[in-house]
Design a binder for this molecule. Sequence first.
Ligand code: IMP
Length: 200
Amino acid sequence: MVLIIATHNKNKVNEIKAILGGKFDKIVSADEIGLTAQAEETGTTFYQNALIKASDLLSQIKNNPEISKEIGDYAVLSDDSGICVNALFGAPGVNSNRFFIKGDDKANRIHMLEVLKDNVNRKAHFESCVVLLYSDGKITSQIGITEGEILQEEKGSGGFGYDCIFYSYDINKSFGEATAQEKNAVSHRARALNNLLKII
Ligand code: IMP
């Protein structure tokens, strides 16, 4: 079976391929099969947004006979994720990608550091909800969480999004300082995907 990933974020695609690689005959992103349209994330929960992205990609594939014929048996996978900060009552959560400027990771990180300023309560967690949607409409989903805190300044230059301001309690360093393998061992998305692997 071919797995088609409903994300345009290359970092997420690499993380997902690294974890689910052995389970599917082939894993490709929507971009790689020429489907570049993005669904608007209008949900208020990670699950709702993940389902919106997966359903949208499924209908794009079904409405494109050439692609459906070429890929054969397939399922689509989406992830919706974000960072939830205790002192901000769980924000930015589903709005993580647009906390300050939509799609501008650097601006969003700077905004986070400014909003928290000298706040001593810096506890936060990343959450990911993954949805696996089969071509017959069957849905499976799982979540994963990873705990840590927001640093006072950026540390490391790896990863994406909030990685270099997130100190992970699991690996005792920022995700920005972690190798891909170190992050994949404990990340919210890896945990959600590993939970999914147990039930498919
Ligand atoms: P999504 O593409 O709507 O799921 O947005 C996810 C946003 O949450 C990203 O743009 C990042 O800002 C943040 N995010 C999610 N997962 C991670 C991660 O693993 N590291 C850093 N930031 C993340």
